[in-house]
Design a protein around this ligand. Structure first.
Ligand code: GLA
Length: 370
């Protein structure tokens, strides 16, 4: 009997010692560095794709609302707010103890035209526009006061060459629209963190323009807590030393730096075919959608290496970076399958179309848990 028991114990020991150590989650691996988040959809919040919801709960300690808090979705008509998905989103974040991001109060995309027009379709004046903006910000940020931890107050107000983007907000209200958005957000929820969020923040002209904006806000006594550097990157762009310069420059102003919207495309930039719909053009597919049938191992490894390099940089600057957020959960649902060309097959995230972790996932973990 005793011998049998010993053999059994030996057996257990050998199983235990040969079993692979359980992989830590992203949030555990980076717990001393920064929050790790992802953008979620209403379907995921409602557990319509259980594997995806499981990843969200298991891997991340922050969430961003993919679309559901954008003006067009939450406030589609002048007197109509659609809060059901946003309420579910905030409840989900609270239930799972997550840092809840609000995205985004003021942006030029996914916003209805009525915001900028009167009943006859004519452009409204600056005061009317700012009053509408104030009403929107007070209603939305006010509703989630004390629940949403940080807001992307303004998204994408500056161009690659450091100028103000000539969007409807700017055409009617000038640069003041950015200033006012922060002022109203601060009033609507005095305790929420307030961020400016934009893409290609590694480009010097945009970085310098954002720094000017931050200084201007502060000179007027208006709070801004951080900047979000969108991370829609590729295997080759941006050069990471450029991104590093921006991380350092923003942090030196005392701002929290967040890398928001991380995804890494493996597909070629389409040049003149930007906006094309590849599903209707088989000739273009060969050129622009090379991995339609699957990702070759070689490219899979390049992606893993690129992710490792990116997270090595983030880890190095963990004292400056407060959060890194992926733009989506798994490859099949990424917006990059539809933009800048519709109908491609991209592989931008850490989880594949079956919700399995990719080599890029292991590579990201290995940066901090070698
Ligand atoms: C921008 C926006 C995001 C999202 C992505 C594309 O980066 O900030 O909200 O729309 O584009 O999905």
């Amino acid at each position: 009997m005793k011998i049998k028991l010993n053999i059994f114990c030996l057996f257990l020991l050998s199983v235990w010692s040969t079993a692979p150590a359980a992989q830590p989650s992203l949030k555990e691996a980076y717990s001393s560095d920064f929050l790790v988040g992802c953008a979620v959809s209403d379907n995921q919040i409602q557990n319509k794709y259980p594997k995806e919801t499981e990843i969200i709960i298991g891997q991340y300690n922050s969430i961003s609302p993919g679309n559901l808090l954008k003006w067009g979705l939450v406030h589609p008509k002048p007197q109509q707010y659609n809060f059901a998905p946003a309420d579910r989103y905030v409840e989900f974040g609270q239930k799972h103890n997550m840092f809840i991001v609000g995205h985004t109060l003021v942006w030029h995309n996914q916003i209805p035209q009525w915001v900028f027009q009167d009943n006859d379709g004519n452009s409204i004046d600056k005061d009317t526009l700012l009053a509408r903006m104030k009403e929107h910000i007070f209603t939305v940020a006010g509703r989630y006061k004390g629940k949403v931890n940080g807001w992307d107050v303004v998204n994408e107000a500056i161009t690659d060459d450091g100028k103000m983007r000539e969007n409807n907000w700017f055409k009617i209200a000038g640069r003041d629209y950015v200033i006012k958005a922060f002022e109203y957000a601060q009033q609507a929820d005095p305790n929420a963190e307030l961020y400016y969020n934009d893409y290609s923040m590694w480009r010097k002209p945009r970085r310098d323009a954002v720094i000017e904006l931050v200084k201007e806000l502060r000179a007027r006594g208006i709070r801004i807590d951080g900047v979000g550097m969108q991370g829609h990157w590729s295997l080759t762009h941006p050069p990471l030393e450029k991104a590093e310069e921006s991380i350092i420059a923003f942090a030196s102003l005392g701002l929290k730096v967040m890398i928001t919207e991380v995804d890494v495309t493996v597909l070629p930039w389409p040049g003149e075919y930007r906006g094309a719909d590849i599903t209707k053009n088989e000739e273009l597919r060969a050129e622009l959608d090379p991995y339609h049938e699957g990702l070759p191992d070689e490219v899979q490894q390049q992606l893993a290496k690129r992710y490792a390099d990116i997270f090595t940089l983030f880890h190095k600057h963990a004292d400056k970076i407060s959060r890194v957020t992926f733009w989506g959960v798994q490859d099949g649902k990424s917006w990059k399958n539809f933009w800048p060309v519709k109908g491609r097959t991209d592989y931008v995230l850490l989880f594949d179309r079956d919700c399995k972790p990719k080599p890029a996932f292991d590579a990201v973990i290995r940066v901090v848990k070698p």
